[in-house]
Write a protein that binds this ligand. Structure first.
Ligand code: TAP
Length: 484
């Protein structure tokens, strides 16, 4: 393979034994892409980690053809329990290589090692274990007896939880008997290619999973490919809309997981210190690069000052810096583009009259960083209360009555997540019933479990991932005899 000249980042290469360049993973083998390779960098240092191949249309076609051959030749003929064995094997290999995957994910994405180590990678393994158990129980997936797989699934994922999003996509697709072509995000393709090595270790039949890297045009070529039966996309609402348009009029099945502007609602009877922890977890976990982040705090007026005081004190204790340091709470912003967007929206918040406050922290000289920030005096018309910032920036609004809390929480084009903090279970249930959000946490925030369906309403997309609902997205009902 030929790639561009570059100066490698020696410490990361040595630590992980990373290669200097990575090809596409098609039909069980790594192969050079026909497009121009691109560099993947460590957003905490701006140093190059490796060069990654770009798939052009011919490569996309080769990947879809490989997936089709694998579907017809092997995967659709295997019993559910045999498919499950492969998934169990993949889950165990992820556990065996957990440390390496955590470090690689942190290097390539910028998120703190304590998150990749304790959240991302364990959840990747959990997703494969969970769906391994489902592979021979598809009759109970909710689409009737003897459901069929769809065929070849095209899956396009974002950069905020690279391996976790990959697991959310690949595990149910394979369990349901589909084969896959997956395109990771351009800035975080590395760990998907390490995962491809795991597929080789697991002896997964060639072509069952193909991983093609590149920019948005590679993703576009994949979802538009006529050989694809299912498109599963996680990413921005704007790209999701474009994909929905391109899939319209075809028989491709589509699921979309898009953006969010989650409300974290704190009532005056809530345990305040716990709520403050939940607010921090809601917006500063993964630098706020979380579609279901609690990016709008709705706090009852009577406790506003107390909550904000305690929140600011807690924010002063957050450590921003080297993502590989296990004491780091706030890592790097994933890319220069994302940092520019966070800065732009935050500056706009100030111009619109909201009050800005950031924790004091030293910002490293290189890399992309943004101090944890809150805006108070925010009104529902402010852009920072409406637009997804996708960064460590919290917009604080107040409410007096439960009805006002519900109205403000629902006053968004999105409908992905919400949190409710209250001492009263009955209040939590009553409010949850009226929120238009696919996921609602009670006295906690940003907790994930493979058995729990996840997805949105309104402009947050449609379809669910996780649980049996996640399987149903990759199945169709059996054709009954006598019907056509
Ligand atoms: P996008 O820019 O939408 O990119 C997502 C993926 O789509 C990337 O792999 C991207 O490739 C690819 N892509 C770009 N243009 C495409 C096109 N025209 N056709 C097909 N694929 C295309 O989103 P992002 O910036 O990576 O991720 C952030 C967004 O994802 C946020 O809005 C966030 O809320 C959302 N998100 C949602 C969820 C759920 S579960 N709802 C989870 C995580 C993230 P490149 O990277 O090469 O551009």
């Amino acid at each position: 393979m030929k790639f561009l000249d570059y100066a490698p980042a020696p410490e990361s290469q040595a630590l992980l034994n990373l290669k200097s360049d990575y090809g596409l993973f098609i039909n069980g083998e790594f192969t050079a892409g026909r497009g121009t390779p691109f560099q993947t960098i460590n957003p905490a240092t701006e140093q190059q980690i490796a060069m990654i191949a770009t798939a052009n249309e011919a490569d996309v076609d080769a990947a879809v053809s490989a997936a089709r051959r694998a579907y017809n030749g092997v995967w659709s003929r295997l019993s559910g329990s045999d498919r499950g064995k492969y998934l169990f094997r993949i889950a165990r290999l992820v556990q065996e290589r957990a440390r390496e995957l955590a470090v690689a994910e942190t290097l390539d994405n910028g998120k703190p090692i304590k998150e990749t180590r304790d959240v991302d990678i364990p959840l990747v393994a959990a997703w494969f274990f969970y769906y391994a158990g489902w592979a021979d129980k598809l009759d109970h997936a909710g689409v009737g007896p003897n459901p069929s797989s769809l065929g070849v699934a095209a899956q396009v994922i974002p950069w905020n939880f690279p391996l976790m999003m990959l697991a959310w996509k690949i595990a149910p697709a394979l369990a349901a008997g589909n084969t896959v072509v997956l395109k990771p995000a351009e800035t975080t393709s590395l760990t998907a290619l390490l995962f491809a090595e795991i597929l080789q270790q697991a002896d997964l039949p060639a072509g069952v999973v193909n991983i093609i890297t590149g920019d948005g045009s590679t993703g576009q070529a994949l979802v538009n490919h006529p050989g694809v039966n299912k498109v599963a996309f996680t990413g921005s609402t704007s790209v999701g809309r474009a994909i929905a348009r391109s899939v319209a009029g075809t028989d491709k099945k589509l699921s979309l997981e898009l953006g969010g502007k989650g409300a974290n609602i704190v009532f005056d009877d809530a345990p305040i210190d716990q709520a403050v922890e939940g607010i921090v977890r809601g917006i500063f976990f993964n630098q706020g690069h979380v579609c279901c982040a609690g990016s709008r705090l709705l706090v009852q007026e009577s406790i506003h000052d107390d909550v904000i005081d305690r929140l600011k004190r807690r924010m002063q204790t957050l450590r921003l810096g080297d993502p590989l340091d296990k004491n780091t709470d706030i890592g790097a912003i994933n890319s220069a583009e994302q940092l520019a967007r966070i800065r732009e929206l935050s500056d706009l918040g100030q111009q619109e009259g909201a009050e800005r406050w950031s924790a004091d922290c030293e910002i490293p000289e290189n890399g992309f960083w943004f101090a944890p920030t809150i805006f108070t005096n925010v009104s529902t018309s402010h852009r920072i209360a409406r637009d997804e910032i996708f960064g460590p920036v919290l917009s604080v609004l107040t409410f007096r009555t439960p009805a006002e809390a519900i109205a403000k929480a629902n006053n968004t084009p999105y409908g992905l997540s919400a949190g409710i903090w209250s001492d009263k279970g009955s209040r939590i249930l009553a409010i949850a019933d009226k929120l238009r959000a696919g996921v609602i946490w009670a006295n906690t925030f940003n907790q994930f479990d493979p058995s729990s369906p996840f997805g949105g309403y309104k402009e947050s997309g449609y379809g669910r991932e996780g649980g049996r609902h996640g399987l149903a997205a990759y199945l169709k009902p059996a054709v009954r005899s006598g019907s056509r």
